[in-house]
Ligand binder design. Structure first.
Ligand code: TYC
Length: 99
């Protein structure tokens, strides 16, 4: 049986969009509020007002959503926020979960 280079067996080619992941910040007792606001502005492009709102939600409720992204982008955000926080000796936790 010859191969004409066209895949006929796999169908449909794409029925679902790629899954999205929430990137979350978790509360802790040590990271300064101002630092969290800076993180939200710098890595998630929130303006100061929105960043402050998300920070306060995390502070009072224990966690909060920074944004929703495809898997590779979400993973990059988690790594960047974690690196930045450790560089500044803060224990801030950033995690991702499937939406
Ligand atoms: N709880 C911290 C404080 O009182 C502030 C904080 C907010 C820390 C959000 C982490 O993800 C966080 N300084």
């Amino acid at each position: 049986q010859h191969d004409d280079g066209v895949e006929l067996a796999k169908s449909p080619t794409r029925v679902k969009p790629p899954p999205l992941y929430k990137v979350l910040l978790l509360n802790d007792d040590y990271t300064p509020m101002d630092f969290v606001v800076i993180v939200l502005q710098q890595f998630f492009s929130l303006d100061r007002e929105r960043a402050t709102r998300v920070m306060l939600k995390v502070h009072t409720e224990g966690k909060g959503v920074c944004g929703v992204f495809p898997k590779d982008i979400a993973a990059t955000k988690v790594a960047q926020v974690t690196d930045f926080s450790r560089q500044h000796q803060h224990p801030l936790q950033c995690v991702m979960e499937e939406n």
